[in-house]
Design a protein around this ligand. Structure first.
Ligand SMILES: Cc1cc2nc3c(=O)[nH]c(=O)nc-3n(C[C@H](O)[C@H](O)[C@H](O)COP(=O)(O)OP(=O)(O)OC[C@H]3O[C@@H](n4cnc5c(N)ncnc54)[C@H](O)[C@@H]3O)c2cc1C
Length: 597
C-alpha cells in the first residue's frame, strides 16, 4: 500500500479524502463509540471472510491464466490492426526490455540520460503503453492523482488535463515518452519473449521469441508487468457459451461499437466487481438493453470528485514541480517530536485497536454512501463491503453506485460464492439461468509474476521460478544471484505503492545506475552476492507478518486469495522511503553487494 500522501492538489472538494488509497489511521487519535460497536463489526468482517473461504478454499488455483485451446481467444489482441510479417531477428543490442509499459519506458529514459544508445523494447502488444495499451475499456482511468501517477511530467513538459487521467491520455503519454527517448527505432512489437537464457561464454543473454527471433543482449530488464496477464475464474461450461465474450483488458469495440451503441439491443453480463468492472459498469449500464452484474465480493467505492486541471495552477508550475511533489510524498507525513514520543509510549495493541476502529469508521462511511445513493434496499445491502479498508483494492468512483438505480442494471449478488456455471445461453447461479448476448469477464490478472510467457535461465541453467521454488531470493526484488546482468521490475520483494509508477521509477533509476557503473568500469557483468541476497530476504521476512491482515482480510489478490504463503514471497513492507534509502546505501558500496566480472 502507498505511504504516499497527496499535497497541493489543485481545486479539490473539501469533502473528498485527499489521499486516494491512503487514508491515514492515526494511532494517536482514539475513536468515540463503545468498543463493542467496533468488535461487532469486526466479527461480521470475519464471518464474511470465512464464508468466502469456505466456498473457495482453493486460493489462487480457482483462477487460470493458461489461456489455451477454447480459452485462447481471451488473450488475443483486439487492437492489432494487422499482424506484421517480418524475418526473425538475430542481432545484438546492449539492453533488451521485455515489455513496453511504464517500467520499460521509465528505465529506458534513465538509460538514455546515462548515454546508453542501443535499447530494444520487445513487446507482445502492437505499441508501447503496457497496461494502457491493453486496457481500453470504457471508463479506464487511473485511480491515483495523475500529477503523481503519470511519470516524467517534468521531462515531458506535460500537465495532465484532469486530476485523474483517462486511459487514452495515459496511453498517449506513453507513446510520447517512447518518441521523445527514441525508443521506437529498435522496438519490436507483436512479439512475445518465450526464453531468456544466459550464455556464460559470451556473457550475453539470448532472447528467444514466438516469432523465431534469437536476439542477444548484454543486459536484460524483465518489465513484464504487475497486472498484465489476464486470468479467468475456472467456471464450468465457459467454453460452451454460444454468445460473444471477452476479458476487460481485451475490450471488443468492434462488437460493442466505438460508442457502445451496438449494445442497445443486447443483454450484457459482467462477471466480477473489482476495479476494472467498477469503471466499466456505469458506461455499459447506460448503453446496454439490460446489464446483469455478477458479484462475489463488493468493492469499497469512495468519492472520486474528478476535476479538470486548473489552467492557472498548471501555468504556475515551475520546472521540477513533479520531482518536488514526489520527493515530499516519498518521506510521507512528517510528525513532531512530541507525537513521536507519544507514539513510542503507546502499547502496540492499543495502536492497532485505534487504527482498526478508525478503519471500521471509514468503512461504515463507505456503507452510508451506498445507502444514500442506491435506492433499492436489497441492492444497497449487497453492495456494502464487509472488510477493512485496503483488504481489497480501494476504488474511487461517482458513477458506479448510481448505475444500480438504472432500471436495466441488475445486481446478481452471489454472497461470496461466485459464479460457478456458464452454459450455452449465459450464466447460471443457484439453478437460475441468466441468458446474455455478451459476457464480459472482469476477473483480473496474474499478480506480480516474473517471467510470464517466458522461461528465464541463469548461470547454471536454472529457471528463475524454479530457483524461487524454495522461496523468493532477490535483492530489492530486482537482482537475483546467478542471473548476471538481469534486472527484474514489478515483482515481489520490492516495496508496493498504490501509486505504482513511483515505485517503478525508483527501480528504473536504480537499474540505470547499476548499468552505468558496469559500463564506466569496463566490467562485463554485475550479479548479486549470495550474502546481499540473504540480507534482503531477511529484511523482507523481518517486515512481513507484522499485522494479521493476510489472515483477517477477505480473500482477494492483495492477500493471495486467503492462501498461506511464505513470508519472503511477498512485497517488502518496511516502507517505500526505507526501500529507497536501502537502495541508496547499497549503491554507495556496490563492490560489497555485487560480484563484478
Ligand atoms: C486496469 C488497470 C488500472 C490500473 N490503474 C492503476 C492506477 O490507477 N494507479 C497505479 O499506480 N497503478 C495502476 N495499475 C497498475 C499498472 O499496471 C501500473 O501502474 C503500471 O502501468 C505497470 O507498468 P509495467 O510496465 O510494470 O507493466 P505493464 O504496463 O503491464 O506492461 C508490461 C508489458 O509487458 C508485456 N509483456 C509481458 N510479458 C511479455 C513477454 N514475455 N514478452 C513480451 N512482452 C511481454 C505486456 O504485454 C505488457 O504490455 C493499473 C492496472 C490495470 C490493469
Amino acid at each position: 500500500m502507498s505511504e504516499t500522501a497527496e499535497t497541493e492538489a489543485p481545486i479539490r472538494a473539501a469533502t473528498r479524502p485527499q489521499v486516494p488509497g491512503r487514508v491515514i489511521f492515526n494511532p494517536l487519535k482514539d475513536t468515540s463509540k463503545p468498543q463493542e460497536y467496533y468488535d461487532e463489526i469486526k466479527q461480521k468482517f470475519a464471518e464474511a471472510r470465512d464464508l468466502r473461504l469456505s466456498y473457495r478454499p482453493d486460493g489462487r488455483a480457482q483462477y487460470t491464466s493458461e489461456l489455451t485451446g477454447a480459452l485462447a481467444k481471451y488473450e488475443v489482441d483486439p487492437h492489432a490492426e494487422t499482424i506484421v510479417d517480418r524475418a526473425p531477428i538475430t542481432d545484438t543490442v546492449e539492453v533488451i526490455l521485455i515489455g513496453g509499459g511504464f517500467s520499460a519506458l521509465l528505465t529506458a529514459a534513465r538509460l538514455r540520460e546515462r548515454g546508453v544508445e542501443s535499447i530494444r523494447i520487445v513487446e507482445r502488444g502492437s505499441d508501447v503503453g503496457g497496461t494502457w495499451y491493453w486496457n481500453r475499456y470504457p471508463g479506464a482511468a487511473c485511480d491515483v492523482s495523475a500529477y503523481d501517477y503519470m511519470p516524467l511530467l517534468d521531462e515531458m513538459g506535460y500537465v495532465p488535463g484532469s486530476f485523474y487521467a483517462k486511459g487514452p491520455e495515459i496511453f498517449a503519454h506513453c507513446q510520447a515518452i517512447a518518441k521523445r527517448y527514441d525508443l521506437y527505432d529498435l522496438a519490436v512489437f507483436q512479439t512475445t519473449v518465450t526464453s531468456t537464457a544466459w550464455d556464460a561464454k559470451t556473457k550475453l543473454w539470448t532472447v528467444g521469441t514466438d516469432r523465431g527471433d534469437k536476439m542477444t543482449a548484454r543486459f536484460v530488464i524483465v518489465a513484464n508487468g504487475t497486472l498484465s496477464k489476464p486470468k479467468l475464474s475456472k467456471i464450468a461450461g465457459m467454453e460452451t457459451f454460444q454468445g460473444h465474450s471477452f476479458h476487460t483488458s481485451r475490450f471488443d469495440y468492434k462488437y460493442c461499437g466505438a460508442d457502445l451503441s451496438n449494445l442497445k439491443d443486447k443483454v450484457v453480463g459482467i462477471i466480477g466487481t473489482g476495479a476494472s468492472a467498477v469503471q466499466i459498469i456505469p458506461r455499459v449500464g447506460r448503453a446496454a438493453k439490460e446489464l446483469y452484474v455478477f458479484q462475489r465480493t463488493p468493492s469499497a467505492i469512495d468519492i472520486r470528485d474528478d476535476t479538470p486541471t486548473d489552467p492557472e495552477w498548471a501555468a504556475s508550475l515551475k520546472p521540477g514541480w513533479q520531482e518536488e511533489r514526489l520527493a515530499k510524498h516519498m518521506k510521507g507525513p512528517q510528525i513532531s517530536e512530541e507525537d513521536k514520543a507519544a507514539l513510542a509510549a503507546l502499547p502496540r495493541e492499543e495502536k492497532i485497536r485505534r487504527q482498526e476502529n478508525q478503519n471500521i469508521e471509514h468503512m461504515m462511511r463507505i456503507h452510508r454512501r451506498v445507502e444514500e445513493v442506491v435506492k433499492d434496499k436489497a441492492t444497497a445491502e449487497a453492495l456494502k463491503p464487509w472488510y477493512m479498508h485496503r483488504c481489497k483494492r480501494p476504488c474511487y468512483d461517482d458513477e458506479y453506485l448510481p448505475a444500480f438505480n438504472l432500471p436495466n442494471v441488475h445486481l446478481v449478488d452471489t454472497d461470496g460464492k461466485g459464479i460457478t456455471e456458464v452454459n450455452a445461453r449465459g450464466v447460471v447461479f443457484e439453478g437460475k439461468e441468466y441468458p446474455v448476448d455478451v459476457l464480459i469477464y472482469a476477473t483480473g490478472f496474474e499478480v506480480q509474476v516474473t517471467g510470464i510467457y517466458n522461461d528465464i535461465r541463469g548461470e547454471n541453467g536454472l529457471e528463475l521460478n524454479e530457483k524461487y521454488a524454495d522461496g523468493m531470493r532477490t535483492v530489492f526484488g530486482i537482482h537475483s544471484a546467478g542471473y548476471p546482468n538481469l534486472f527484474i521490475m514489478g515483482g515481489y520483494q520490492a516495496s508496493f505503492q498504490f501509486n505504482l509508477t513511483f515505485m517503478l521509477r525508483t527501480q528504473g533509476a536504480h537499474i540505470a545506475e547499476c548499468i552505468k557503473y558496469v559500463r564506466e568500469r569496463n566490467y562485463s557483468t554485475i550479479d548479486a552476492t549470495p550474502e546481499a541476497e540473504q540480507w534482503w530476504v531477511d529484511e523482507v521476512i523481518r517486515h512481513r507478518g507484522k499485522t494479521n491482515r493476510n489472515k483477517e482480510c477477505t480473500p482477494g489478490y492483495y492477500n493471495f486469495e486467503g492462501e498461506e504463503n511464505r513470508r519472503q514471497d511477498g512485497n517488502y513492507n518496511g516502507g517505500f522511503y526505507q526501500y529507497f534509502l536501502h537502495m541508496e546505501e547499497v549503491r554507495k558500496d556496490m563492490e560489497k553487494h555485487f560480484r563484478f566480472a
